[in-house]
Design a binder for this molecule. Structure first.
Ligand SMILES: Nc1ncnc2c1ncn2[C@@H]1O[C@H](COP(=O)(O)OP(=O)(O)OP(=O)(O)O)[C@@H](O)[C@H]1O
Ligand SMILES: [Mg+2]
Length: 92
């Protein structure tokens, strides 16, 4: 997506990701209308985004920032870290 400053690139990404809602028209993801859907539901459909500042939490590393969005991981369960640490590591 190419255009000069103010052309609307970020606005387009905000619309696709669900940060802002369109006043008209539809956004389809794999044939499913997602225009009115909240951002976290679109993430569940596999639609992720990054920002121009990729480290919103500066005291964490880049990979730790990205891991914040990957929920439902095996490593979130205490026992899994001891019983299947290789699985936790592979998923991370
Ligand atoms: N609904 C709207 N009505 C009028 N103006 C709007 C609306 N939505 C966005 N704009 C304006 O359109 C312009 C689009 O800016 P945007 O930040 O999307 O451009 P950009 O291509 O990402 O620019 P840059 O290269 O500087 O990042 C901005 O000036 C924004 O304020
Ligand atoms: Mg921009």
């Amino acid at each position: 997506l190419i255009g000069p400053n103010g052309a609307g690139k970020t606005t387009m990404f905000d619309l696709l990701a669900g940060s802002i809602l369109p006043t008209s028209g539809n956004i389809l993801l794999n044939g499913v209308r997602v225009s009115g859907e909240a951002a976290h539901l679109r993430i569940g459909r596999g639609l992720g985004r990054t920002f121009q500042i990729p480290r919103p939490l500066p005291n964490l590393t880049l990979i730790e920032n990205i891991m914040l969005a990957a929920q439902g991981q095996a490593g979130e369960r205490l026992l899994a870290n001891f019983v299947t640490p290789w699985r936790v590591a592979a998923q991370e």
